[in-house]
Write a protein that binds this ligand. Structure first.
Ligand code: SAM
Length: 356
């Protein structure tokens, strides 16, 4: 609907400068469209310019004239998926559209609630329309499960793919979400642990996935040796590619297999530090972690889940008891914290422990 509004009328020759200056001064009514004819530019104003503002404009635009003019309304470009869907979904459904999404490379991952199942393509398209850097939208199907900790997805919009390259802390990772585990929500943990490593250390990344701990450690340290183990052959193929992509050959050594067996076969007593990011099962590998540490001890970064029934303190006690079973002891808890919520009333937690 056209609207009559206060207008700054300037000769065309000064038009662009006047528009820029009026914007800088906060004078422009952004709901209305600037108009032009053969001789003048008409700028819709939100308020009359004060003396100093008029002076600033006069510096740019000779013969400035304040008048009224009829302007068309500016077309609004939706900035968020919710804005994009505003006139396409009834308000009751719009309220259920997921506000959060995970972004891995150029892929967005969302959780579509059952009531929006019939509209998932529209939601996917709304995400692509408002995030020009994304090419694919996936909807989660079920939970993360199985030995490889993977999840199924439905491709709901864009290029039909599950492979991408993800950037994190200056490193790049080939990831295939259908075949391997990866969570951008652990980005802070990857950085936190990498920043604790000292030059010269030997690190065992027991459940390495595509390498977000191992590769960052190698990229940010000159003299480190990282043994990166994973049982999932697809994760190891991607990890090997990521080692080359990030030029950390010779520092990160990918090994495919079960962490317990690999430790027994070839890595006993070599490590200064062990990373154990398999929260649902890490506790079963504490023996192997104790075995892989040097005789004098080292650091374990242990990930587990806490619940209302087993809060942080209890998880710590269980971890301590497990360490003691293997003739080692926890001499100091360096850090103990929940990292993120993983389900209602369930959190991923980390324990950094000094072991002797
Ligand atoms: C939660 S993911 C963590 C991946 C990676 N550390 C990260 O932060 O993205 C756990 C990984 O452990 C691997 N895994 C599961 N059981 C294993 C085992 N017995 N030995 C070695 N790796 C195992 C899975 O294949 C999966 O890639």
């Amino acid at each position: 609907m056209p609207k009559e509004a206060l207008c700054l009328k300037v000769p065309k020759i000064n038009g662009e400068k006047a528009v820029t200056t009026a914007h800088k001064l906060g004078l422009v009514n952004k709901e209305l469209e600037v108009q032009r004819d053969n001789n003048y530019v008409y700028i819709p104003l939100a308020k009359s310019p004060l003396q100093n503002e008029a002076h600033a404009l006069q510096k740019q635009a000779i013969k400035l004239e304040i008048t009224t003019y009829t302007f068309p309304e500016r077309k609004k470009h939706p900035k968020t998926p919710i804005e994009w869907l505003e006139n396409k979904l009834p308000p009751s459904l719009l309220a259920c559209v997921p506000r959060a999404m995970d972004i891995v490379g150029d892929i967005a991952i969302i959780e579509v609630p059952p009531e929006l199942e019939a509209h998932k393509t529209e939601i996917g398209n709304a995400i692509l329309q408002t995030h020009k850097n994304l090419r694919t939208v996936l909807a989660k199907v079920g939970a993360i499960k199985g030995e490889y900790r993977t999840r199924q997805y439905t491709i709901i919009a864009g290029v039909p793919k599950t492979e991408t390259i993800h950037k994190e802390h200056g490193c790049q990772y080939y990831i295939d979400l259908a075949k391997v585990y990866f969570s951008p929500r652990l980005s802070h943990e990857h950085k936190r642990v990498a920043s604790m490593i000292k030059e010269g250390e030997t690190v065992i990344d027991m459940f390495a996935g595509v390498g977000p701990f191992s590769i960052l450690i190698a990229q940010t340290h000159k003299r480190v040796k990282v043994y990166a183990i994973d049982v999932n052959p697809e994760a190891i193929i991607l990890l090997q590619k990521n080692v080359r992509l990030n030029r950390v050959e010779g520092k990160v050594h990918p090994i495919q297999g079960d962490a317990k067996q690999i430790v027994k076969q070839k890595l006993r007593g070599v490590a200064d530090r062990v990373i154990m990011n398999l929260p649902e099962k890490s506790i079963e590998f504490v023996g192997a972690a104790c075995e892989v540490l040097k005789l004098e001890g080292g650091i374990i970064h242990f990930y587990g889940f806490t619940t209302v029934e087993e809060p942080l303190k209890k998880l710590e006690q269980r971890f301590r008891r497990e360490v003691e079973k293997f003739d080692r002891s926890v001499t100091k808890i360096l850090f103990l914290k929940t990292v993120r919520e993983t389900a209602p009333y369930e959190w991923q937690a980390v324990i950094d422990a000094e072991i002797r």
